[in-house]
Design a protein around this ligand. Sequence first.
Ligand SMILES: O=C(O)CCC(=O)C(=O)O
Ligand SMILES: [Fe+2]
Length: 177
Amino acid sequence: MAEDVRAIARAAPFVTHVTRFGRPMSVRMTAAGRFGWVVERGRYGYAERHHSGVGWPPIPDSVMAVWRAVVPDARDPECCLVNWYGPEARMGLHQDRDEADLAQPVVSISLGDDGRFRIGNLERGGRTEAVWLRSGDVVVLEGAARLRFHGVDRIAPGTSTLLDAPGRINLTLRVVT
Ligand SMILES: O=C(O)CCC(=O)C(=O)O
Ligand SMILES: [Fe+2]
């Protein structure tokens, strides 16, 4: 799967991920599938093309196989975001709610160095729990958990040799329409 992800990175343009509050997150991002996520001049959202005009490569079979194994009743994913976290990168607590059909699950696959995933509640604030995600771990946000706040507050460089450089890749699969 790491080789498939390298192929996506070669084929798809990189965009810098910026939070919805306009704060840079130091996470680099690209995508596969019908939709990618683009950030341009403060506007962000799903798009069938990068603003350079380039579309996104197909979601690899190895990644589709994970989706089908863990959420067999879901529609096929229309977007596979590829987030690259360097050793210092973070992703603040947020909800995934830009999709039209929130009854469809979100599936994420962790590759490379361990990342500490934090999950909170359906509203901002309150108690949160953290879990270290290791290379190969799969998280499913569905049902009552679909809209829980979540983020990544730490990367542990050097905990995996899968990738060529220190860091973590997270693949996030979603149905968009
Ligand atoms: O990197 C992760 O484990 C979470 C990614 C995420 O929450 C997102 O891309 O919306
Ligand atoms: Fe998310």
